[in-house]
Design a protein around this ligand. Structure first.
Ligand SMILES: Nc1nc2c(ncn2[C@@H]2O[C@H](COP(=O)(O)OP(=O)(O)OP(=O)(O)O)[C@@H](O)[C@H]2O)c(=O)[nH]1
Ligand SMILES: [Mg+2]
Length: 307
């Protein structure tokens, strides 16, 4: 059973046209398929438009947030409803008409071929120059830092097996939707890309500015950290801390030797400040790592939580 989740913020004028097209594609594949629009606190006519669409098309459903929770949370709630509804395959797709519903069969075919998550890669983009350039840089950096294969991580057009949707859901908060592919890859799922047609936004305006690039980079550090060190934070903090402490101690022992053996004055040497700083930072980081271990340990003792 296929569920298509469409997060939408003020996209009424696009939904009118887009939802019937998505519904037609889905039903051609699966007569029981559903299209779920997640209206995330829209202030336009989304409610009215959706009421009409649901009257006309029985496969269309709506989830409404009273205020804006963000795209990641919208996807998380959409995935939860799809999984409760018995989805085997969950598809996500933007509501601005940039993703072409006619490409759906190609994504589903790649899933059939053995991938767990397939991204519709927008290799020829219809966006402004600045966005295309920052996006290329962002994709290169993400690929390098995460080790995940792909050229278009942030595409909003993806199809995945139900267990992928279930596994990535706890990480879908803030603006983490950009790293869904990286997270799935980090959790051991096979991720793949198929090139798809990309169109200019049909109507309305973009919901993200250029500051998405900086926010995205900071989220990438978070994702990388969580995937590698969530259960063993002291290996990171303790590791750097011990190195820093040892480097500081070498400086200080060397200076003590100079003072005691050669009788030289060491009070005005920059190395003294560096040594003290390295020792202090090393101790702080090691203790910080141990505190982080306490958090992990306490969470694991809680029987209600999965490690
Ligand atoms: N549910 C929900 N959806 C959102 C939110 N922000 C954006 N979206 C949806 O996410 C999709 C992508 O947003 P866009 O503004 O088109 O982002 P973009 O494609 O990178 O930018 P453009 O190229 O200008 O369209 C659209 O369907 C939006 O309606 C949000 O806060 N909540
Ligand atoms: Mg868009």
């Amino acid at each position: 059973m296929i569920w298509v989740v469409v997060p939408a913020l003020d996209e009424a004028e696009n939904l009118v046209e887009l939802v019937p097209r998505i519904a037609a594609e889905v039903l051609a594949f699966d007569p029981l398929g559903r299209v779920l629009v997640v209206d995330d606190g829209s202030t336009d006519d989304t409610g009215k438009v959706m009421a009409r669409l649901m009257g006309d098309l029985p496969c269309v459903e709506l989830e409404t947030h009273r205020h804006n929770l963000g795209k990641a949370a919208a996807l998380q709630h959409g995935f939860a409803r799809a999984l409760d509804g018995g989805a085997d395959v969950v598809v996500m797709m933007d509501a601005d008409g940039q993703d072409d519903p006619a490409e759906l069969p190609r994504l589903l075919a790649r899933l059939e071929d053995g991938a767990d998550l397939v991204t519709g890669a927008r290799l020829e983009r219809h966006d402004r120059f600045v966005k295309r350039t920052t996006s290329r840089l962002y994709n290169r950096t993400t690929g390098l830092l995460s080790g995940a294969p792909g050229r278009d991580f942030n595409s909003g057009f993806k199809a995945m097996r139900a267990d992928v949707a279930r596994d990535v859901s706890p990480m879908l908060y803030g603006e983490m939707h950009r790293y869904l592919t990286v997270i799935a890859h980090g959790l051991g799922h096979r991720v793949a890309e198929v090139p798809v047609q990309h169109h200019a936004r049909m109507r309305g305006s973009s919901k993200y500015g250029l500051n998405r690039f900086w926010r995205g980079m900071s989220d990438l550090v978070t994702v990388r950290f969580l995937l590698s060190y969530e259960h063993r934070p002291s290996h990171l903090f303790g590791g750097i801390g011990v190195l820093s402490f040892l480097a500081g101690m070498v400086c200080l022992v060397w200076l003590t030797g100079l003072k005691l053996v050669a009788g030289l004055a060491i009070g005005d040497r920059p190395l003294l400040i560096a040594g003290v700083l390295l020792v202090m930072v090393g101790l702080q980081l090691t203790l910080f790592g141990l505190l982080a271990e306490l958090v992990v340990n306490a969470r694991n003792r809680d029987p209600g939580r999965r490690a």
